[in-house]
Write a new protein. Structure first.
Length: 621
């Protein structure tokens, strides 16, 4: 494995300390070598210049106590401490100047600077030599590091958390009771393996967690490890696959060897579809030698588990249909645990889990937020609570109010408000009538979802929004509900044409969604009597849970003509129905539009009070 950050940091500190020590020693050497010269410099600083002959004459007359010769400079100090300075020729010696009389009491000193001059001359070579030596040492250490990295290239990159580090428990995973029940057996086996082995039971070697993104697959795996109190090896499927063939298989072998040493433990492979796709070039993704060899090694290791090793492999994916069939057979990932999007009760429990470290104000209703968050996953709900906390902090609240929760839910589901987008009055009028067209038609359609809110404040790319929410979780949809949904989608375009006698591009997304519903009614659900109970078009695509798949045409031109005819007739019929609703309540449409233009946002209670209870007199648009 590559050197750890701590080790690299230690090497850098060692090099920095060595460099500082070298600089300090060099500075101390300069200091002590130049100390006498600095002392003399201070003593001779006040000397005034005189001719050399005057110093010679003073020497003969014994007027000087000390004469100092420094290179071509001559300093003479009298008994009173006065200092004079002169210059001599470089080649002149003391004898030639006549300062060598043994009977003369004047002391003649010649300072030798050869040592310091030699140091200055040799210093650049010494520094260059030290730099070369340092470079060689650094080069050899780099080679040693690269060899160490090469040797560890096939080592597992799995992150390991010991039993004390894994704090997650089943209580931290809300809204997945059925999945917990299936995994309780795994926890019990890891805690009490002898109970199962004595009776001859075999615990599944592999547990595959399947579900859309954000439903808590990784969290559930950590909860199993936390409940069992065992080490937890975590790695992503993509971390096995490298450019070189055989590296992934080597990492798989190393991972299972480490796991057996730490048994009992859990190996968790996230996004296993990255390495576990179908082999042989068939199906999704095509052939890939490195990935296939890695998959083969995983299959071999799972087959090679000895009884009593107490190592369980857990994996997560949102694309179970692309996995190789050998990976799913008994003896490998033979237990599948499905984590679906949470229902109403589960959403409320998840919201409560994410409010444990937050304060809720009086009146904050988590059940109401759970009812309004149909289709959101656990990760989405965690994001909602985080956004609510941000709203509360920005507004200076000491606790999360219900408005903070509602605003956070709307931001996550339909996008943040864009009040900076300024519309001209005519566009605001069109938007108000368009959104009220959706609201009135949807309200009058019996099978339509319940109206929740109407707004002409821009959100994302939409100039306004009419928000419908189901009153309860539904898992099937009737033909009439599809038709009412199409009718409600076309209500906006119908209102534009009825009031302004013109149409705009604002209904483009509505038309697209209505067309898709009608086409699915004909091609997937068998809801056209003329086409019969036949599914048209083979599904193609990535296979991700929660993602729509494209269709490959496998039907004749005649069938295609009938499908197009059904779609066109259905949309035309529902558009006429929407227009009929609006013509019947045109006066209320005008009245509601006037209120909406003033308030910009209208709740369902306000809409119903104005639409049903209050008598409306016709007003001109």
């Amino acid at each position: 494995m590559p050197p750890s950050p701590r080790r690299s940091s230690g090497n850098r500190q060692q090099w920095a300390l060595s460099l500082l020590l070298f600089v300090a020693l060099l500075g101390m050497s300069f200091y002590y070598i130049s100390a006498p010269q600095r002392a003399n410099d201070e003593r001779f600083a006040a000397a005034h210049e005189v001719p050399l002959s005057r110093i010679t004459q003073g020497y003969k007359e014994h007027r000087f106590k000390v004469i100092t010769v420094r290179d071509n400079k001559v300093f003479a100090e009298s008994s009173t401490g006065a200092v004079v300075q002169s210059y001599k020729e470089t080649l002149d010696t003391v004898s030639q100047l006549g300062w060598n009389d043994p009977l003369n009491p004047t002391v003649v000193m010649v300072e030798n600077h050869e040592a310091s001059n030699m140091l200055y001359a040799v210093l650049p070579d010494v520094i260059l030599f030290l730099l070369i030596i340092s470079g060689i040492i650094w080069l050899f250490r780099g080679i040693a590091r690269s060899q160490s990295t090469a040797l560890s290239f096939g080592k597992s990159r799995a992150r390991i958390a010991d039993a004390k580090q894994v704090k997650t428990r089943f209580k931290d995973v809300a809204g997945a009771e059925e999945a917990k029940e299936e995994l309780v057996e795994v926890v019990d086996f890891l805690k009490n393996p002898k109970k199962y082995m004595d009776i001859g039971a075999k615990i599944p070697k592999g547990v595959l967690l399947v579900g859309p993104p954000g439903t808590g697959k990784t969290l559930m795996a950590r909860a199993v490890a936390g409940e069992a109190g065992v080490p937890f090896f975590s790695i992503a499927g993509s971390e096995f696959v490298e450019m070189f063939v055989g590296v992934g298989a080597s990492r798989v072998r190393d991972l299972f060897v480490r796991a057996k040493r730490n048994a009992p433990c859990i190996i968790f492979i996230d996004e296993i579809d990255a390495v576990g796709r179908q082999r042989g070039g068939a199906g999704f993704g095509g052939g890939h030698d490195e990935r296939e060899q890695t998959l083969n090694q995983i299959l071999t290791e799972m087959d090679g588990f000895e009884q009593g090793t107490n190592v369980i492999v857990m994996a997560a994916t949102n694309r179970p249909d692309v996995l190789d069939v050998a990976l799913l057979r008994p003896g490998r990932f033979d237990r599948h645990v499905f984590l679906d999007k949470p229902d109403l009760d589960a959403r409320e429990k998840i919201l409560k889990v994410h409010t444990e470290n937050k304060r809720l104000a009086k009146g904050a209703d988590l059940f109401e937020i759970a009812k309004q968050s149909v289709g959101l996953t656990g990760a989405d709900l965690e994001n909602v609570m985080n956004e609510a906390a941000i709203f509360a902090a920005k507004r200076g609240h000491q606790a999360l109010t219900h408005k903070d929760l509602v605003d956070a839910l709307e931001k996550v589901t339909i996008g943040p408000e864009k009040r900076s987008r300024k519309l001209i009055q005519h566009e605001k009028d069109i938007t108000a009538y368009h959104e009220l067209g959706h609201a009135i038609v949807g309200h009058l359609c019996k099978e339509s979802d319940k109206l929740h809110k109407i707004s002409i404040v821009s959100r994302g790319s939409a100039l306004g929004i009419t928000w419908f929410l189901p009153e309860e979780d539904r898992y099937t949809t009737s033909r009439q509900k599809f038709l009412d949904e199409i009718c409600g989608l076309l209500g906006g375009r119908a209102a534009e044409q009825l009031i302004f006698h013109d149409i705009t591009t604002g209904a483009s997304n509505d038309i697209e969604r209505a067309s898709l519903i009608a086409r699915n009614m004909a091609m997937r659900y068998g809801m056209d009597t003329e086409l019969g109970l036949v599914s048209y078009g083979e599904k193609q695509g990535s296979g991700s849970l929660g993602a729509d798949l494209s269709n490959m045409r496998n039907y004749s031109e005649e069938s295609a003509r009938k499908i197009d005819l059904f779609v066109r007739e259905t949309i035309t019929r529902e558009y006429d129905r929407a227009m009929g609703f609006l013509k019947m309540h045109e006066a209320k449409l005008h009245h509601l539009a006037k209120i909406l233009l003033q308030k910009e946002t209208m709740s369902v209670a306000e809409f119903i009070a104005e639409f049903e209870d209050k008598p409306i007199t016709p007003i001109e648009p």
